[in-house]
Design a protein around this ligand. Structure first.
Ligand code: HEM
Ligand code: SF4
Length: 560
């Protein structure tokens, strides 16, 4: 866990005082809506359908137990008793009172947290692999590099008024778990042929109404050049990105207009002028940041101790959970535990204050006092000794946080849709609920295997629908809720945008449509090992389309 130094703390405390003053002036009528808007958007505060919405930053998804307890306190004291984890490893509160937001920010600051740069046209929260530091397929721990980038990006005087928001994600593993190729910049930590550490840089990915996969603009950037190179990319974007049209303002549109090769050349020219400046990192800078991370102390004896194998044989519920919700840890004798926030009847990503407190207790007792937020809207206890896994499962089960569905159909990503969001065309949470009900049989889900379903209530794409194996997008047709389906998207190394199946499907038919898609997959897969995505890529759209739009099964008026 990174610990603030005096400078970090002063920065955050001063910001709270500023925002308190700004809010008081707004409430006293000394600032109008427009003037206040630019100020609140610097602090993660949106005005939404029913109430303000506050987005709190969780840098690269890492939380200490005391921070999670504070998030629980905020949910209880200032909201309706729960919070909502997002796809960018942040948490949102949907019901704070405007006049209490400065108090919330002060509470956050007391545990080294804030809501700075979680909205507005600036560099947003830096995200990363939720298995950073513990994954077996990891090259090096990406978090010190994320932290360096966070410090560079925080209140950067030149990049606080970009043409549009800017998102950066890091991955250092063989498997990309951070959706880096759908970020404005994706950084892959790699080694070159000479064994030196550095980065491959992707630019111009993004979701929203113009979804695009990022382009690799540099194969290898040496380790010490990270910040100077990011600065060069941001300078080009800040200078040339469009400001005349909000829908054409993201860097992906600029990269598309120039072409990735030309964009890369412009960055290279800019970087040549910068790379020997004081933006070049010194080895000591990286060591200093690393030294501010408190890392878990592993118990070497844990490897030799009996794990949970015995319980697997005698407790089938535990075995089914272990199969889906555990991942191997790089240290033998330890496991990574996924805490599922996808229980039937609960909006995906929602968690109550009591659950947060209890997970914080579990982290203290069994997992080095730390919790991670994943971009799939779940939590992770990353450092659980095998001997403790059964006890952790028992407690998670009591808490309703042990649905054994990680990576399965009901582990779906879903945005707030019509329930909270003023931009929504259609509900997403209630559709997620119907899908839950329809696929409630976990054996059936296990048989279907890994499937990433992602759902958004409008084309802004907060629910990542375009990169879902099955994507669902809410659209408005003459005041009615309809849903467009896409198949074959992916946000991992083989990133791709999904293909539209055809005309949209009505609210009444959407859950049935998902069922048909799953049935076609089960019929078409070569064997139980062939995943949904692999099957789709092999057989293509025709069999799915035929079943979905089979007029014998689907009333004609449902298609439009
Ligand atoms: C309810 C309040 C919300 C509002 C008003 C809102 C608004 C927006 C807008 C306008 C965009 C499109 C930006 C663009 O393409 O330039 C967007 C994208 C996005 N939002 Fe939200 N959003 C909200 C909640 C959420 C939530 C709850 C999540 C996570 C579950 C989320 C995650 C994202 C992501 C991942 C993207 C697309 C990624 C990209 O930047 O390309 N948002 N949001
Ligand atoms: S996708 Fe649309 S409906 Fe869903 S949260 Fe984003 S802006 Fe709102």
């Amino acid at each position: 866990m990174y610990r603030y130094d005096e400078f970090d703390q002063t920065l955050v405390d001063e910001r709270v005082a500023q925002f308190r003053d700004q809010t008081q002036r707004f409430l006293a009528g000394q600032l109008d809506e427009e003037e206040f808007k630019t100020l609140r958007l610097r602090n993660g505060l949106y005005l939404q359908r029913f109430a303000p919405m506050l987005r709190v930053s969780i840098p690269y998804g890492l939380l200490a137990s005391r921070q999670l307890r504070m998030l629980a306190h905020i949910a209880r004291r200032y909201d309706k008793g729960y919070g909502h984890f997002t796809t960018r490893q942040n948490i949102q509160y949907n019901w704070p009172k405007l006049e209490e937001v400065p108090d919330i920010l002060a509470d956050l600051a007391s545990v080294e947290m804030h809501a700075i740069q979680t909205s507005g046209n600036c560099i947003r929260n830096i995200t990363s692999d939720h298995l950073a530091g513990v994954a077996r397929d990891e090259l090096v721990d990406p978090r010190p590099y994320c932290e360096l980038t966070r410090q560079w990006a925080t209140f950067h005087p030149e990049f606080n008024w970009l043409p549009r928001k800017f998102k950066i994600a890091f991955s250092s593993s063989t498997r990309d778990r951070a959706a880096t190729q759908v970020h404005d910049i994706g950084v892959h930590i790699v080694r070159n042929d000479a064994g030196e550490l550095g980065y491959s840089i992707y630019v111009g990915g993004g979701l929203g109404r113009m979804p695009m996969i990022g382009h690799k603009i540099r194969e290898f950037l040496p380790e010490l050049d990270l910040i100077s190179y990011l600065e060069a990319v941001l300078r080009i974007y800040n200078r040339l990105g469009r400001r005349d049209n909000i829908h054409r303002a993201r860097v992906k549109v600029l990269v598309k207009a120039t072409g990735p090769e030309q964009f890369a050349r412009m960055v290279e020219a800019e970087w040549n002028a910068l790379k020997d400046s004081n933006l070049r990192l010194q080895p000591q800078d990286i060591e200093d940041i690393k030294s501010r991370f408190e890392l878990p102390q592993y118990d070497e004896a844990a490897a030799g101790e009996p794990g949970y194998a015995k319980q697997l044989a005698v407790d089938s519920r535990f075995a089914s959970w272990a199969r889906r919700n555990l991942a191997p840890h790089r240290v033998s004798g330890y496991s990574i535990v996924f805490v599922s926030l996808k229980a039937n009847g609960i909006a995906p990503g929602d968690i109550t204050a009591e659950q947060m407190d209890a997970v914080a207790d579990l982290a203290d007792r069994y997992s080095a006092g730390e919790i991670r937020a994943t971009h799939d809207q779940n939590l992770v206890l990353a450092d659980v000794a095998d001997r403790d896994v059964y006890a952790v499962w028992q407690r998670l089960s009591e808490l309703g946080l042990a649905t054994p569905n990680i990576g399965l159909l009901t582990d779906l990503i879903c945005c707030p849709g019509l329930d909270f969001c003023s931009l929504a065309n259609a509900s997403s949470i209630s559709v997620a609920q119907e899908i839950f009900d329809r696929f409630d049989d976990l054996d059936y889900q296990h048989d279907i295997g890994e499937i990433k379903m992602k759902m958004s209530g409008c084309m802004n794409g907060c629910g990542h629908h375009t990169v879902g194996h099955i994507g669902i997008l809410g659209v408005d047709k003459k005041g009615e809720e309809w849903y467009q389906i896409t198949l074959g998207g992916s946000a991992e190394d083989d990133a791709s945008l999904g293909d539209r199946t055809g005309p949209s499907v009505s609210r009444a038919d959407i859950a049935g449509a998902v069922q048909k898609i799953v049935e076609v997959y089960l019929e078409q897969r070569s064997d139980a090992e062939e995943s949904f995505l692999a099957t789709y890529r092999r057989v293509g759209m025709p069999p799915f389309k035929a079943r979905l739009y089979d007029s014998a099964e689907t009333p004609a008026e449902a298609l439009a």
